[in-house]
Design a protein around this ligand. Structure first.
Ligand code: ZN
Length: 252
């Protein structure tokens, strides 16, 4: 029987422009951790990246169950809290640092995911043994928690949260494209065009280019939500974009 919990969920693109894909179980684990933390976490590298992962990651992100979480948007105290909650929810989570030769981030492997790359499965074993999962086999940093395994099939209690997995829109890159007049096609702009069509009952061409009609439609949206006149400019801002994304996409 197919296990829907292991289905892939596409979340758009990561901060380096790679396809951001995780399975539902990994997503549900992340969302559970976010609920504990009371804040959102940003995935900077997802799963299923065979051949496309950052070099320093090795093959660990090639298959299911592995994500990298941004840390630069968190205080050191928040980073420690994130590491703890990810571990409690049953990620083998490691804080990777510049000292170790990484761009600072948290690397998290979903314990028990049957689709892990063997290299990621080895990191889970290292984690269970209190090691850091790197070549040098150093000690694990931060708090040790009881090893648990998140459910392997979708519990009905968390299914609704998983179904609302939303794409991500990167504010800075769409702003640049709207200002440039849509010279190139961007998946994030497509997401915005779809939302504008739905919200304003329009029939914009969904081509990912922030051309004249898209900018005019965006202006309409800004007006419709009562933005101050100086913000009715047809260029996405944090407030109007977040408003447009309600129930549709997440702005980062
Ligand atoms: Zn990683």
């Amino acid at each position: 029987m197919p296990n829907a919990f292991l289905d892939k969920v596409s979340l758009g693109r990561d901060s380096s422009g790679r396809p951001l894909v995780v399975n539902r179980r990994t997503m549900a684990m992340l969302e559970a951790a976010e609920r504990k933390l009371g804040r959102k976490l940003v995935i900077v590298q997802g799963s299923f990246l065979a051949g496309k992962a950052a070099k320093r990651s090795g093959p660990t992100h090639n298959r299911a169950g592995v994500i990298d979480i941004r840390t630069k948007d968190q205080t050191p105290a928040q980073q420690a809290q994130t590491l703890l909650e990810l571990r409690k929810i049953s990620f083998a989570a490691f804080h990777r640092t510049t000292k170790q030769g990484f761009a600072d981030h948290i690397h998290a492997v979903a314990i028990g995911d049957p689709g892990l790359d063997p290299s990621a499965a080895r990191q889970v074993e290292a984690y269970k043994n209190g090691r850091d999962g790197l070549k040098g086999n150093g000690p694990l940093d931060g708090p040790r928690v009881k090893i648990t395994v998140f459910p392997l099939t979708m519990p009905s209690s968390i299914a609704p949260a998983v179904r609302t997995a939303r794409p991500v829109v990167h504010l800075a890159s769409v702003q640049a494209q709207f200002r440039a007049g849509g010279t190139k096609a961007l998946p994030d702009v497509k997401t915005i065009q779809l939302a504008l069509n739905a919200r304003l009952k329009l029939t914009l061409l969904v081509d990912g280019k922030a051309g004249k009609f898209t900018r005019e439609a965006y202006k309409k949206h800004q007006k419709a939500i009562g933005s101050a006149p100086k913000f009715i400019d047809g260029i996405p801002g944090p407030k109007d974009l977040t408003n447009l994304g309600l129930g549709r996409f997440q702005v980062i």
